[in-house]
Design a protein around this ligand. Structure first.
Ligand code: HEM
Length: 473
């Protein structure tokens, strides 16, 4: 059970926790507990209560020093800026965008300060704010203009991204993991402390959005709920790995029970995914929310994104690839794949698979956690094969089936939210152009925000999941 892992920084063998003040290091492989008793997950910023989500609501605003970034983001959202290629964009809307962009170009290049560089919490909010500004800037441009990101955004976002070791554009961590708050203060839990976030799935909201519409918020919160509900799967995974370490008959029974529970959790993740339909309208999502996410590789006109000033700073380099945010960057789903032994490796050696490309878009410590997990010397799938236990084999297969069914549901959602609206938008555009004559087919396959040929890609990942099931003869 291995996954492809892109190059990681030198601390891969001994990782510093960035979400806490902890400075323990752990080896890159081994059991789920560090020799000095610290759970491995703590070191990787995987919280026992919120998993890959920030353990507490992230800071909603940067300190005064960086107020200009926050103020420009407020201005963009309050002015309800519109994408430059929106059908029927009015002159007033185009001018509002141009005036906002002119202010961005005049904004000074704010330095990061040692305090920010030492604080993951500040860096994450800075990445979030700057990447929303970046996407507002790029996507409001007139469709034929070149994409030149002004220094006031390009230099700080490149520096912040370098410090966090993630790409310099909007990622899943900006829209979901580090972009949440409670709607109301959480009630008290049984122990008198605040109730577990995983019990508060209907009590969470987004902090920052492009449109402020409920459809956009529900799109982010659907993923957030899946991350929080998935925390139980992470715990079951940990318990399974500890039992595999023991490996006797009692351990096999326990693992079987843990896998049964995990299949139930994955079934619930599927329900949470399908629930996105309750408050996120597919046409609104496709036409008004999704266009903001486009990265360089899903630009309709294949424009390059030029980050102004990058050549003037020897510490910086031009980004090599820029895919927009996708829940394909959710570490939780990758972890389930790795744990169950689903193989997403690319079959062509010089072309990394989408799944392995998406690792580079995840927070560094989550990427390292995946690397740690995939280096596990006792993978579950092999354990199940060698145990030769009928019940264990059956529960393992049922858990893999649950993940495959999650992906079946995901294909339904992608069809509903992208394929259908894309057809309708193309038909409407053609009818306007051709006075209702017969339409030609799509010239190119539909692209996901992560730049994939989405229909083929999603079918492939679904089929690869099913292929992990073990036949019993
Ligand atoms: C309206 C909701 C959603 C839509 C329209 C959607 C659409 C897509 C598309 C088009 C892709 C192809 C990759 C790309 O180019 O971006 C993708 C990939 C992916 N999405 Fe979603 N998605 C949605 C919600 C979710 C949620 C809530 C999750 C779970 C956290 C999720 C998990 C994934 C994963 C893991 C992949 C990688 C491919 C795979 O593992 O099958 N998606 N999604």
């Amino acid at each position: 059970m291995t996954i492809e892992v892109n190059p990681v920084p030198p601390q891969a063998d001994g990782v510093e926790a960035s979400g806490t003040n902890a400075s323990q290091t752990v080896p890159a492989t081994g059991p789920t507990t560090h020799p000095n008793g610290v759970p491995v997950s703590h070191v990787f910023d995987v919280d026992p209560h919120t998993g890959f989500m920030a353990p507490q609501p992230p800071i909603p605003r940067l300190p005064e020093q960086w107020e200009q970034w926050e103020a420009m983001l407020d201005l963009a959202t309050n002015s309800k800026l519109q994408c430059g290629d929106k059908v029927g964009l009015t002159e007033v809307e185009a001018q509002a965008s141009e005036s906002w962009r002119a202010q961005i170009r005049k904004m000074p290049i704010l330095p990061l300060s040692p305090e920010m560089l030492a604080s993951p919490v500040l860096l994450r909010r800075a990445h979030l704010v700057l990447s929303f500004l970046l996407h507002f800037y790029v996507q409001t441009l007139p469709p034929h203009d070149p994409v030149v990101v002004p220094r006031s955004i390009s230099l700080p976002i490149l520096r912040v991204s370098k410090a966090l070791d993630i790409p310099s554009l909007l990622t899943f961590s900006d829209t979901v993991l580090y972009n949440w708050d409670y709607k109301r203060a959480p009630p008290k839990g049984e122990d008198g402390g605040a109730a577990e976030p995983a019990t508060q799935l209907d009590n969470i909201r987004s902090q920052t959005m492009f449109t402020g519409m409920v459809d956009e918020e529900e799109f982010y919160m659907c993923s957030a709920r899946i991350e929080l509900r998935g925390v139980e799967a992470l715990e079951l995974m940990r318990q399974t790995m500890d039992e595999m370490f023991v490996g006797d008959t009692i351990a096999v029974r326990r693992i079987s029970d843990y896998l049964k529970s995990m299949a139930n959790v994955i079934n619930e993740l599927k329900t949470l995914l399908l629930d996105v339909r309750k408050q996120c309208d597919p046409e609104i999502y496709y036409n008004q929310v999704r266009p903001w996410f486009r990265g360089e590789d899903s630009d309709n006109r294949k424009r390059k994104w030029v980050y102004e000033g990058v050549d003037e700073d020897p510490e910086l380099s031009h980004p090599l690839e820029l895919s927009g945010p996708s829940a394909g960057q959710s570490s939780l789903v990758h972890v389930l794949d790795v744990f169950l032994g689903v193989d997403h490796q690319s079959k062509s050696p010089d072309k990394p698979s989408f799944m392995s490309r998406m690792l580079t878009y995840m927070p560094r410590n989550h990427r390292l956690f995946l690397k740690h997990l995939s280096a596990n010397p006792r993978p579950l799938r092999e354990f199940v094969i060698s145990a030769g236990d009928e019940e264990l084999l059956e529960t393992y297969n049922k858990t893999v089936l649950a993940l495959k069914e999650f992906r079946d549901a995901h294909m339904i959602i992608a069809t509903l939210y992208i394929v259908g609206p894309a057809r309708r938008a193309a038909r409407a555009a053609q009818e306007a152009l051709m006075g209702g004559r017969e339409l030609p087919d799509f010239g190119e396959p539909l692209k996901g925000t992560g730049g994939t040929d989405l229909v083929k890609f999603l079918k492939d990942t679904r089929n690869r999941t099913g292929a992990a099931m073990i036949s019993d003869h």
